[in-house]
Write a protein that binds this ligand. Sequence first.
Ligand code: SF4
Length: 347
Amino acid sequence: MKCVFGPVPSRRLGQSLGIDTIPLKTCNWNCVYCQLGRTVPLTNERREYVPRYDILTQVKEALVRHAPGEIDWVTFVGSGEPTLHSGLGWLISKVKETTDLPLAVISNGSLLYLPEVRRALALADVVMPSLDAGSADLYRQINRPHPETTFDRLVDGLIAFRQAYQGKLWVEVMLVRGLNDGQEALQDIAGVLRRVRPDEVHINLPTRPPAETWVQPPDAEGLMRASAIIGDIAKVVHPAQGTYDLGGNDSVVEAIMGIITRHPMRQEELERTLTHWAPETITEVLAELAAGGQAQVVERFGTCFWSAVAARYPDEAHSAASAPGQPRRRRPIDKKDTEYEQKQSGG
Ligand code: SF4
């Protein structure tokens, strides 16, 4: 598995070399806003999903390929929850031995209640966990967690990590209209944040295609309310501007699949990004990937995004006929999706 990508412009970390330690999609949450589609099935098993030495070799090769100044951060992030990789602590220490670049981990924070996970993250310069809800009920509605990852464990883990951790703790709050942008929900979140005492709070909005069709970002009033209630340390994070470096990819297929597996993108974004290839080539390859069942088009907020078919958006098609500007065809709902719907409705 190709585990290193970019550098890509990150909302918070400039040009970031991404390290993805797990296959799409390995997660113990199933957030309604997830840009990687639904988590089917949820897993809370910590193990070595990809051999650690393979990952480290790829990181070293990528660092050699780039001149000083081309990478601002090395970031563990990717196709699910990175702390589910049991070798994460080892990998962080080896990457720190290899480079002086600052290192970040983007995590949902759900496993911080485990001492071994807190130890694994101790050497990171920045850890960015999520806190989208200040109550167990809303946590279940938004993050739809694995039963072992309870709200109390999330909060206890964040507090315990903060007490010992020497690096920067930046908590991300993803706002979803009608769920956590109201007065009460925001006051609950602020109450938990006061106990956690992060260095920064980043208010974020869904901009890539959410798993669920009904997810919308808050309106201006909801955003203002969030900034006011969460307080002075909150800052609104806007989508990054910058260049994607996909020069480490040997083929246009590898480049396209590498990026849309982790960041679903509009076609014109892909054309702007993949400057090694002509736009007509990209159009042709996308159509082939769609026809071959590797890429799909997902429509959200009135916009079409290209994503890997492995990302489960049960409402969408994955055929060339669904390419932007062409008539869309629905993907047949398969057995796993039906089981999922039944579970969600208590059936
Ligand atoms: S947003 Fe992150 S934590 Fe939530 S389901 Fe997606 S990968 Fe998992």
